[in-house]
Design a protein around this ligand. Structure first.
Ligand code: SF4
Length: 356
């Protein structure tokens, strides 16, 4: 829970239960009156995120223009390797794609953007007033509209703003020229949803990307000087040992700077949920019951031994001699030593939390 009492505005935090589980929100109270409820960056931005005047509130920020100085950086929640003063923001909302596992398509498909000038004004404010050195964007697909991201990059360069940033985007929405421009404008890391190393599973996921394209984009991104982050899903519907093996092998081949393996979870209104119902993994309206607090148990995995596959994936990825050496070369302080040691220990003794 974060709290600030600058001017009359009080910013506090709370927890709400959503379809995907309990989430934190930021609540702004001015003179005893709630003026804004902003989802923090962990929540998908929804159309319900408005302040009292009906103005859209940026997740992670509470109406900074009306209440200058009242900024909710939620820094503690931001998962980053960066040593810089990091904060969060968004430049676009919504995603028109329909990846089979993702809640965005069914819940927020209309793509909206802020103007490049408005985004860079905010970045400048964050740098000058709050000494932010890095902004973590929580867009769904930052580069979906080329002229939007080109506009932001050109404006950052024109103003000579010294700030780094990172964001998720899509494999099929970048090209070498754009990546080079983004790097010049301070882009430090790009996060790509690769999801699977198996063409059949990628097609079932409706990812609309292919593996050669993934290889190419990782090469371009590195050549542009941007670090890579890859997301993978294991245990999708119809997965076999062979398909999961392909995913782990692709992760090792791509060798991104950062990696995340997750186990498939059939969220509501996704085609993965339909597959779960079809396969008899889920009975009744699981998410309705979950939201009402009638069911708290996890939906069973699609494949036996899914958790073992996830442990295997992390171990094989991180416990390679080349990877260990790369981590060692990144060490700059005793804090880094402790962090790396803790990470290696966690991977070696990998244990899933009960809710995972
Ligand atoms: S995974 Fe990304 S690209 Fe696919 S629907 Fe979700 S937000 Fe869009």
């Amino acid at each position: 829970m974060s709290e600030s009492t600058e001017v009359d505005l009080k910013i506090t935090g709370g927890t709400v239960v959503t379809a995907s589980g309990p989430r934190r929100v930021g609540i702004a109270v001015d003179g005893g009156r709630v003026v804004a409820v902003a989802e923090d960056h962990l929540l998908p931005p929804s159309r319900e995120t408005y302040d009292a005047a009906g103005k859209h509130v940026i997740p992670g920020l509470v109406d900074t223009e009306a209440h200058p100085g009242c900024y909710v950086p939620l820094k503690d929640d931001i998962a980053t390797e960066s040593r810089a003063a990091v904060t969060a923001g968004v430049t676009t909302w919504g995603c028109p794609y329909r990846c089979g596992f993702c809640v965005k398509g069914p819940s927020d498909e209309r793509f909206r953007t802020r103007s490049p000038g408005n985004v860079v004004d905010e970045m400048e404010m964050l740098v000058k007033r709050h000494h932010a050195a890095e902004v973590m964007f929580y867009d769904d697909v930052l580069t979906l509209r080329r002229r939007h991201i080109v506009g932001i990059c050109e404006e950052i360069i024109r103003r000579g703003l010294r700030v780094q940033w990172e964001s998720p985007t899509r494999i099929n929405r970048v090209d070498p020229e754009l990546l080079e421009l983004m790097h010049r404008a301070g882009c430090r890391v790009l996060r790509y949803g690769v999801e699977s190393g198996d063409p059949g599973i990628l097609s079932l996921m409706n990812k609309a990307i292919d593996i050669d394209q993934v290889r190419r984009v990782f090469r371009w991104t590195r050549e542009a000087g941007i670090e890579t982050f890859a997301y993978f899903i294991l245990g999708y519907a119809r997965e076999t040992a062979e398909t999961m093996r392909r995913t782990i092998d692709l992760a090792k081949e791509l060798d991104p700077d950062y990696v995340m393996f997750t186990l498939a979870t059939p969220y509501p209104r996704t085609s993965l949920y339909e597959l779960a119902v079809e396969q008899g993994i889920v009975a009744g309206d699981y998410w309705r019951d979950f939201t009402l607090g009638k069911r708290m148990e996890r939906i069973p995995y699609f494949v036996p031994g899914a958790e073992e596959w996830m442990k295997r994936a992390y171990r094989e990825f991180y416990l390679r001699p080349g990877r260990i050496w790369r981590q060692i070369r990144k060490i700059r302080s005793w804090r880094d030593v402790a962090k790396n040691f803790a990470g290696m220990k966690a991977i070696a003794l990998f244990r899933m939390k009960p809710e995972d």
